[in-house]
Ligand binder design. Structure first.
Ligand code: 26V
Length: 811
């Protein structure tokens, strides 16, 4: 569906905005003003659509999904919206007429980085797909004033800088003061009896925070549907305490306002270590309470009763961070609308579903009960009752198995386990890849799946593929369109038409030319940001993702050190030149991750210093990996590193973006790699490493000793020696210790050393395959052709059918 706007219309509209908002004309407006004006024009077009075809209007009749997530990572919006509306040409021409340039405007936009990584980006991909599929839904989260930190690398060390995205990013937000909600914290509960003889709980002496909605409109591709992402911003009802001010206590006079505003100030940049911080608990309740109040009010307004809430609303809990929705909906139903427990529970459990995104024990949320009770006394009392009733059910199900009951309890040993609460209250629970869903069903939640086996399902992740193909890689997208027609832009499975050209030399050559152009573009960026000149004919070997030990960036570095050692030993060694490209943010307090970044950067310098080495292998550590940077990296990648220890990466989505852009995967049988392997077949992927079963066995035996490998494998001992003294002036003793003696009482927790030999062999196969350009071309083409199944459109349709019970207006 394209919209009828000529370039003259667009330039007139932009001029109009410049006059009204900035008192300027295009001739004397700044670039920022033109950028804002263009955004406002796009926003108006979306608003018009929103008024006719949107979550707000159609929720009167259609069921919709509410996607609750602490994180969304939309990246930039201007290009995506213009693309989705089919308005690229008129905008391009209009900006030309106004003396500007659309590409330049695209580059000015800051990323909305309201998330840490995969989890938040997935949420944004799903909103895009919900709109594109012609479905109704709303995302709900927090309007963090500061998103994920900007990463700088100084002398090999990560330095975090605040991300003040709202400066220009605000252009997309529509503030709706009239839809603000009040959220209550702390206070006390008193029991009173009403005149019907019912006991009621009165909550008093609480602190009030105001939640103001700032909505971002979410366009869909060609569907005409516009949905919203509602971001709540916190503020205080009191701007200043005049009494304190009069007494001269100026700071205290502002205290309450500060306390309220701090809630939506900044995104927590951790994505694994749950430290049970009170501010994070406040953030969770703040956005959940505001969201659930709005939803119930809206529903009541249309239908007059909440009895059949679940027939119109599906609430989805994205990882455990929004779990309080279960408790808050219970509270609203019972306290504000006088539902009995069983009726309220029936509504709640028919409304909510939950996706698990990690099996890492340190990332599974647990709240200290005392902290929770102090901040949220009413939710705590509801929680205790859920726990009591659930324990009864556990006694019925497992009368003779106390261990099982203990591990499944919602409250245990003074800790509240959010994942258990989610599973107990959700009608459906899913993992994010076939392998991961199997693991949560059979291991993490095995007791629950015994009790309610039908509750568990899988929805393999998917990506907003039009963003990473059509928008990020226009040359490739254009070429596919020439060969296969435009159908793939609506139906990603049509990419398979490419397979007809698998043996076609001319097509493969053309694909190689496009890849080389994209590599040149990235090379230019690398030159500007890192001052390193890279060879576009080397293999661009890419590992971009958060820095975590389980993702094993260290294994990649081991391979590089091994190549370095080999070249040092034999300077005439024939090797396929490679450029190893890394992008990764480490959580600010994650010591080992920061050591690994330092190793990559210092190793990069070391390789660069040596003329024998630098023409063959190079490391580029690109700072500030983000959605926008990924849009430049993915199209230029030859090899996609997906090398987590089997059983640790829930799915991965970067693996899908890289494959879609023709990179071939080197990976373990982990997460969605397994499904990539099934899609492309063993000739088109490089697999290595232990399987989940082998890892389990090795762990189970408790006999793993990296020292054995150290003694038997010369490459490994040489690598460790290099770490111990190979880079003058740098000490990597803590990395060595983590691998050999263990800094957590356990050596090489993620089996880097155990998988090394197999990885090294797979890398040799990569080099051989790359030298055979025809073979490599065929592999790359097959990866593009088979990437269609990893579209977020497909994932969202599965959620809609299997979990949410929502439909598309286009069906
Ligand atoms: C966990 C925690 C723990 C408490 C502190 C704050 C915090 C923030 C975020 C998280 C979520 C970690 C889970 C996560 O990001 N999982 C990733 O989800 C992707 C989308 O499903 C998936 O592709 C990745 O494999 C998975 O690691």
């Amino acid at each position: 569906m394209d919209y009828v706007y000529t370039s003259q219309d667009i330039s007139r509209l932009i001029e109009g905005k410049l006059t009204r908002y900035f008192g300027r004309e295009s001739g004397n407006a700044t670039k920022h003003q033109i950028f804002r004006a263009a955004c406002y024009v796009v926003r108006d077009i979306l608003s018009e659509l929103w008024l006719t075809n949107s979550d707000a209007v159609c929720s009167q009749t259609e069921k919709q999904v509410i996607y609750l997530s602490m994180e969304f990572l939309p990246g930039t919006s201007l290009r995506n919206n213009i693309f989705n509306l089919g308005l690229e040409e008129p905008f391009q021409e209009a900006l030309g007429e106004l003396g500007g340039n659309l590409e330049e405007l695209y580059r000015m936009e800051p990323d909305a980085g309201l998330g840490n990584g995969g989890l938040g980006r997935l949420a944004s991909c799903y909103l895009d797909a919900i709109s594109s599929q012609g479905m109704f839904g709303q995302g709900m989260s927090i309007c963090y004033e500061y998103g994920i930190f900007k990463q700088q690398i100084k002398d090999g060390r990560q330095v975090e800088q605040p991300d003040d995205w709202l400066d220009l990013g605000e252009s997309w937000l529509i503030t709706k003061e009239d839809e603000a909600e009040e959220v209550h914290f702390g206070g006390k509960l008193t029991e009173v009896w009403d005149d019907k003889g019912r006991m009621k709980l009165i909550h008093s002496d609480y602190t009030t925070v105001i939640a103001i909605p700032r909505d971002m409109l979410i366009s869909g591709y060609g569907s005409g549907v516009v949905n919203t992402l509602r971001l709540w911003q916190s503020t205080s009802p009191i701007s200043i305490d005049m009494e304190l001010f009069a007494k001269g206590e100026y700071l205290k006079a502002m205290e309450e306002k500060h306390q309220a505003e701090i809630i939506s100030k900044i995104l927590y940049p951790e994505d694994a270590h749950d430290e049970g911080k009170i501010l994070r608990m406040k953030q969770q309740y703040f956005f959940i309470s505001a969201s659930m109040q709005t939803l119930t009010k809206r529903h009541l307004c249309t239908y007059g009763s909440l009895d059949r809430f679940y027939e119109k609303i599906a609430v989805h809990i994205n990882d455990t961070h929004p779990t309080m929705a279960i408790l808050e909906l219970m509270r609203i139903l019972m306290d504000d609308h006088e539902y009995e427990w069983d009726d309220a529970w029936n509504i709640v459990t028919k409304t909510v579903s939950y996706t698990n995104h990690t099996v890492m024990p340190e990332a599974l949320e647990q709240w200290p009960e005392a902290l929770f009770a102090g901040l949220l006394p009413r939710l705590h009392s509801i929680l205790k009752e859920i726990n009591r009733r659930f324990n009864d059910a556990l006694h019925d199900a497992f009368p003779a198995n106390e261990m099982r009951r203990n591990e499944m309890a919602v409250i245990f040993n003074g800790k509240i386990r959010m994942a258990n609460l989610c599973v107990a209250a959700s009608h459906t629970v899913n993992g994010v890849s076939a392998l991961h869903s199997g693991i949560i069903k059979e291991k993490l939640f095995s007791g629950f799946s015994e009790m309610t086996p039908g509750k568990f399902t899988n929805v393999t992740n998917g990506i907003a593929y039009r963003r990473w193909l059509c928008q990020a890689n226009p040359k490739l997208s254009g070429f596919i369109e020439e060969l296969c027609g435009p159908g793939f832009k609506r139906d990603s499975r049509e990419l398979e038409k490419l397979l007809a050209y698998k043996e076609d030399r001319i097509v493969l050559e053309q694909l190689a030319v496009i890849k080389r152009d994209n590599k040149l573009r990235l090379a230019e960026k690398i030159k500007n940001s890192n001052g390193i000149i890279v060879n576009p004919d080397s293999i661009f070997d890419v590992q971009v993702k958060r820095l975590h030990e389980y993702k094993r960036q260290l294994l990649n570095l081991f391979h590089i050190i091994d190549l370095y050692n080999q070249i040092k030993e034999n300077p005439n060694l024939e090797i396929q030149p490679r450029t190893f490209i890394f992008g990764a943010k480490a959580a600010a307090g994650y010591y080992m991750a920061k050591q690994i970044i330092r190793l990559a950067c210092k190793l990069s310098e070391q390789l660069e210093k040596d003329p024998v080495i630098r023409d063959r292998i190079k490391i580029v550590f690109l700072e500030n990996y983000s959605v926008s940077l990924s849009e430049m990296i993915m199209p230029a990648a030859d090899l996609s590193e997906q090398i987590s220890l089997a059983g640790t990466e829930a799915s991965g989505t970067g693996n899908m973006k890289l494959m879609l852009n023709g990179a071939v995967t080197i990976g373990t049988m982990d997460g969605a790699n397994v499904e990539i392997y099934n899609a492309v077949g063993k000739e088109n992927i490089f697999l290595f490493g232990m399987s989940v079963e082998e890892v389990e066995k090795l762990k189970g035996q408790g006999l793993y000793s990296p020292w054995g490998f150290y003694q038997d494998n010369r490459s490994i001992s040489e690598i460790i020696k290099f770490l111990a003294g190979g880079i003058p002036g740098e000490n990597f003793g803590d990395i060595i210790n983590s691998l050999t003696t263990g800094y957590n009482g356990e050596a090489d927790h993620y089996f880097v050393i155990a998988d090394f030999e197999s990885y090294k062999n797979a890398q040799q196969e990569v080099s051989a395959a790359y030298r055979d350009t025809q073979r490599w071309g065929g592999m790359s083409l097959t990866n593009i052709a088979k990437a269609g199944v990893f579209s977020a459109d497909r994932s969202v349709r599965e959620y809609a059918d299997k979990i949410w019970g929502i439909k598309s207006i286009n069906d």
